[in-house]
Design a protein around this ligand. Structure first.
Ligand SMILES: Nc1ncnc2c1ncn2[C@@H]1O[C@H](COP(=O)(O)OP(=O)(O)OP(=O)(O)O)[C@@H](O)[C@H]1O
Ligand SMILES: [Mg+2]
Length: 453
């Protein structure tokens, strides 16, 4: 339950309030004037709510409120006022006071406002905490950049984060475009404002316009009520347009207008809506090549490409691999009871030598599964899923239960694996597979059935 301070110079009222609020299970501290209330605040520090009269000798309720607001911003303040001085209470609310009650105090109203104040405070703290987690996740410190190119990109991102410039991030799938976009926002002066992400790939083409710009009631079948679009939601903050290459020519034109004029109209609307939105965009396509082929508007390309960031594929910056491996091992170690703590040089060499078509995301997944598959302290080549065998087979081959299998069972396992591989090589052609393996077609049919291939 909460800790609450009540400041009131009328001792009868004070006693009454203490009784009522204590009955709710809260810890209540009382003060006959502002001075003492403030001393109590300072002594306890973590007071959830201050309920204070406005007219008190010495330090008035208004003065007390503004002092508390300054020193203890997390404390919710509720003021009590006599009927004729409601104006002062309203004034106090502009200064950050949560709410006011008029005297004589209605007990029910008091309890309702108190609960609301407590709930709002909890919510605000939760948001603050969440924000802390999110901003930590996208702090520059959690981005790995060891290679020269990545260090340059990192420097560029740090610089551009401080501005409101439009940024176009290009790179193959899994190179970190989304991570970088979020890092820019969460390290910008707009960090505490909204970042709205729109993945153009996951919204049906017909809906993108209304997603982005909103629509008026009745704009199209199914538009039962007026709805704000992402640009409006992002007002004051950042919008991240992911997979921008997928925008239709029509929408490319509309987006261009927003970038030029910072204003737009909702679908089916006539009113011009102005917004202050920072735009970040990303694509895994070569946008310039699309411009050259006539598939993307040149003028829009230049509007987006104010600050270009090209993230190279992982295979072109293998110096980053060991640090990324380390980073992901630490990350996934937190998610399992006895995580492996190191990796052999042999395994690391394999990771460095691999060509990573799925880039950093694929490396991340590889490390995650290796961490799970490793029983001891050390990740070895055996645990790397990129080295060919499907995971369930690897598990069988390296797991502790292998030693417990009979020879026959072990041979069957091997036989199944060989058959499976050959069948894949010959696209499931049984005659060919039988020929390669020196079996009759009948025998191979039998084995395929036996092993459920
Ligand atoms: N330099 C890096 N440091 C740490 N983690 C990284 C780095 N680059 C990428 N990652 C991680 O790799 C994963 C993939 O990154 P992200 O989702 O940003 O890629 P993407 O380029 O947006 O991919 P896609 O085009 O498929 O959407 C994420 O978990 C991200 O945190
Ligand atoms: Mg992405």
């Amino acid at each position: 339950m909460a800790k609450i301070i009540i400041a009131e110079d009328d001792l009868n009222t004070l006693q009454g309030l203490v009784t009522i609020i204590s009955r709710e299970g809260h810890e209540v501290l009382s003060a006959p004037d502002g001075q003492e209330a403030y001393a109590l605040m300072a002594e306890h520090g973590d007071v959830e709510v201050l309920l204070t009269d406005l007219k008190m000798p010495g330090l008035s309720g208004l003065e007390l409120s503004s002092k508390v607001k300054e020193t203890f911003p997390e404390t919710q303040i509720i003021v009590m006022t006599a009927f004729g001085t409601v104006d002062t209470a309203v004034q106090a609310m502009k200064g950050g006071v949560y709410d006011y009650l008029t005297k004589p105090i209605d007990i029910e109203e008091l309890l309702v406002i108190l609960e609301k104040a407590l709930r709002q405070r909890a919510l605000r703290l939760e948001n603050l905490e969440l924000w802390g987690l999110v901003s930590e996740k996208y702090a520059f410190e959690s981005i790995i950049a060891v290679s020269g190119v990545m260090k340059n990109i990192f420097r560029a991102i740090r610089k551009v984060a401080a501005t409101t410039a439009t940024v176009l991030i290009q790179g193959e799938s899994g190179t970190g475009k989304e991570l970088f976009a979020r890092a820019i926002h969460f390290n910008s002066p707009r960090a505490r404002e909204t970042m709205v992400e729109v993945n153009c790939a996951s919204i049906p083409l017909t809906l993108i316009e209304s997603e982005l710009f909103g629509h008026e009631k009745g704009a199209f079948t199914g538009a039962y009520r007026t709805q704000k679009g992402k640009f409006e939601t992002a007002d004051g903050g950042t919008i991240f347009l992911d997979e921008i290459s997928l925008l239709s020519p029509d929408l490319q034109g509309k987006l261009l207008r927003v970038l030029q004029e910072r204003s737009f109209q909702r679908v089916g609307g006539t009113r011009t809506i102005e917004v202050d939105v920072r735009v970040l965009a990303a694509t895994n396509q070569d946008l310039k090549a699309m411009v050259d082929r006539g598939e993307f508007r040149e003028d829009l390309y230049y509007r987006l490409n104010v600050v270009p960031i090209h993230i190279p594929p992982l295979r072109e910056r293998t110096e980053d691999v060991p640090a990324l491996v380390n980073h992901f091992m630490e990350k996934f170690a937190k998610e399992q009871p006895n995580p492996p703590t190191s990796i052999t040089q042999g395994a690391l060499d394999e990771l460095i030598g691999y060509d990573w078509p799925g880039n950093v995301r694929e490396l991340e997944n590889t490390i995650e599964s290796a961490m799970v598959l490793t029983d001891g302290d050390v990740i070895t080549e055996e645990h790397l899923s990129i080295l060919g065998q499907p995971i369930w087979e690897r598990e069988a081959a390296s797991g502790p239960e292998m030693a417990e299998l009979t020879l026959k069972e072990q041979l069957e396992r091997a036989e199944r694996r060989i058959l499976k591989r050959i069948l894949e090589q010959v696209d499931g052609n049984r005659t060919k597979a039988a020929e390669i393996l020196g079996l009759s077609t009948r025998a191979i049919r039998y084995k395929i059935k036996q092993y459920e291939l």
